[in-house]
Design a protein around this ligand. Structure first.
Ligand code: HEC
Length: 201
């Protein structure tokens, strides 16, 4: 065995010992972080993220759950300022444009939304024959080319889904805006393709 080889062996052994030790120290199960190499960067070791519903040391009112500042609007959300009546519906029909375009993805999503929220009353293809309608609620056909819904602009339908109309409830709290528009795209597809009764009550 020559000296260079013996030296090499020793170094490898040393490296293995160091590696093993560091692996062992990494196995400690503790809530505290391991050795702090850069203590002045300790905000990276000790997260300041708060648990929900706990007392806060940062905010004046000592709560971790803060109310968003007045006037804050969530991303992708358009505040609606229409009245919940005929005038508001007509105005929405004139002012709102469907931001979603028909693609296989948006139509597939629209179908899911429609089948989840609209078919109970309006039926699977919008013929007004959903299970709820069969039990007495007036069933409005909306999926046929000759139905009123086919003649109204997207914004008008968006208003109906967002504010409700007559005995139809508002779906504003259950369906996010983006999905409401996609359901309308899908309804448009139904109106072009599905065989429907031509009558509107
Ligand atoms: C709980 C039953 C029910 C559900 C669910 C429902 N609707 Fe309606 N919908 C009605 C009723 C009842 C009317 C008639 C309201 C009236 O008398 O003004 C109506 C009316 C409509 C109209 C106007 C039809 C016309 O010719 O006047 C449209 C468009 C419409 N709904 C779309 C939808 C869409 C889209 C969904 C799903 C997001 C949906 N509805 C979910 C019950 C429902």
């Amino acid at each position: 065995m020559n000296t260079a080889f013996a030296m090499h062996n020793k170094l490898t052994g040393l490296a293995l010992v160091v590696l093993g030790a560091s692996m062992l120290s990494g196995c400690r199960v503790e809530r505290q972080p391991n050795y702090e190499w850069l203590p002045w960067l300790n905000h990276m070791f000790f997260s300041s993220a708060a648990e929900t519903n706990t007392a806060s040391t940062i905010f004046k009112n000592k709560l971790t759950n803060q109310v968003p500042p007045a006037g804050t609007i969530p991303r992708g959300f358009t505040p609606l300022h229409f009245t919940a009546d005929d005038a508001g519906r007509t105005l929405a029909g004139e002012q709102l444009v469907n931001p979603e375009k028909p693609t296989p993805e948006t139509l597939a999503r629209g179908k899911v939304v429609f089948q989840t929220f609209c078919t109970p009353c309006h039926g699977t293809v919008g013929a007004g024959d959903g299970p709820v309608s069969k039990r007495g609620m007036p069933g409005f056909p909306i999926g046929g080319a000759a139905n009123n819904a086919a003649k109204w602009p997207d914004g008008y339908l968006f208003h109906i889904v967002s504010y409700g109309r007559g005995v139809m409830p508002s779906y504003a709290s259950q369906i996010k805006q983006e999905d409401r528009w996609k359901a309308i795209l899908y309804l448009r597809q139904l109106q072009q393709t599905a065989a429907q009764p031509a009558t509107t009550p």
